[in-house]
Ligand binder design. Sequence first.
Ligand code: ADP
Length: 524
Amino acid sequence: MLGQMQDWKLRLHHVIDHAAHEHGSREIVSRWADGHETRSDWTGVRHDAMRLRNALARLGLALGDRVATLAMNHLHHLTSFYGVTGAGLILHTINPRLFEDQLAYIVNHAEDRVLFYDTMFASLVEKLRPACPTIEHYICYDNGEFDALLDAESGDGEWADGDENDPCHLCYTSGTTGHPKGVLYTHRSNMLHALSALQPSLLALEPRSTLLPVVPLFHAAAWGLPWSCAAAGAKMVYSAVNEPAVICELMQRERVTHLAGVPTVWLGMFQHLDESGTDLPHLEEAVVGGSAMPRVMIERLMKAGVRVKHAWGMTETSPIGTCGCEPANWDDLSFEEQVDVKVLQGRVPFGVEIRCVDLDDPSKELPRDGKTAGALQVRGPWVVKRYFKAEEDAVGADQWFDTGDVGIIGEDGTLKLTDRTKDVIKSGGEWISSVELENAAVAHPELAEAAAIGIAHPKWGERPILIAVRAKASEVTEEEIIAFLADKVAKWWLPDAVKFVDSLPHGGTGKVSKKALREQFANG
Ligand code: ADP
């Protein structure tokens, strides 16, 4: 027997229909790469998305075909989220910062038929062309081509119908090991993720909100922002360039209440605000994730009265996994204690489950005691089950997905991320967090960057060494660094050696490649 409620499928066209119908005049401001600005609204986005749907049908695309984008944040990129998925096609947002061979690999793996791109990536596109035979149509977003494509169509038509479990969006992880892997979201998973994101303890979005996504639309499923902002009826402000002065000016002028971006965004913004003697009077919520938010940044934002949402997630989790909201005893905590809470990665929303298991024996679930570190696993309706075109599921029968992260879960369920499973160092049977060691080291004013890796050791199994980049003009020594660390980490965590290099190897998304370092330093 089935229940007797309506069959209103969780398909994404409902989101843009709702935004246009109920919040049609909420603006979409777009600052393009050449500096000019356009203003549209949710009614305009729906109209353009329907014209794009019609244009894609005219190009002969069939349900489930992949349409790729290689672009920064702007109105046309946003329109593509709704036009492509509303046509029953799959939007493939590509990260232009990946290496060229990785880009060619994912375009071919995805079998993209159309590529929308920005002028700033035109030379990259020219290099990719010979290696990407599946692409039939190259259409530039910001030289008039995309506008001409839409102008040839009317805004009338019907969205494609289908199942709520149909695929709609494809996003590849950077692939620090092996080839990038595709995560194929469904209408249903994106819709549930969007609904969840609205809640006060996550993004806290409502019709009076104005959100500026500094996070690129191609990164980790755009954090679901195009969907959740439309569902809430929020205004959005887009910038195709990430210059702090541009972002700050837009935030001041357009009264931005919500900013979403990785922590490093704030480095440049703080510097700009200090130099210009300005502030961000309208900012209420800072959503930060992608890597750990440093304490000093949290303190500064909190002192300015901004609510900090430190979130953890990954492409495989759509991406919201946990988010740092205020606990029940928040008002009884001192400022320092409140910051202590916000440096952690937060708690799961309803819809996500997490647990930690023993790093050596994954069948052993670890207690939530705030001190035992283990491999972090996650499951829920917006967590990956199988990578695109993979022959096997990425999860076992119980659906737990291994994140590759190492964490500690507190008694109240708050997550503290301590490392990646590949990077954690095992010395004498005990675990050393490479991340904590690095953080302690870079607090030294004469170090620009540092990475801790484990090196094989006959007695201890592994011992940590630190690979460091000196700050400009510094001549700091190995002994000085070790002395500096002595009162900051346990004695047995102290690195056996500090090696200085001119620069560290970085992967396509800017993260340090410890694999390359391990290969380089493995033999002493
Ligand atoms: P990419 O490697 O392509 O950037 P993701 O964006 O999916 O891919 O990266 C997800 C990873 O980023 C997580 O598995 C975790 O290691 C790290 N991460 C995300 N958020 C945080 C956070 N708040 N603190 C620490 N690490 C984080």
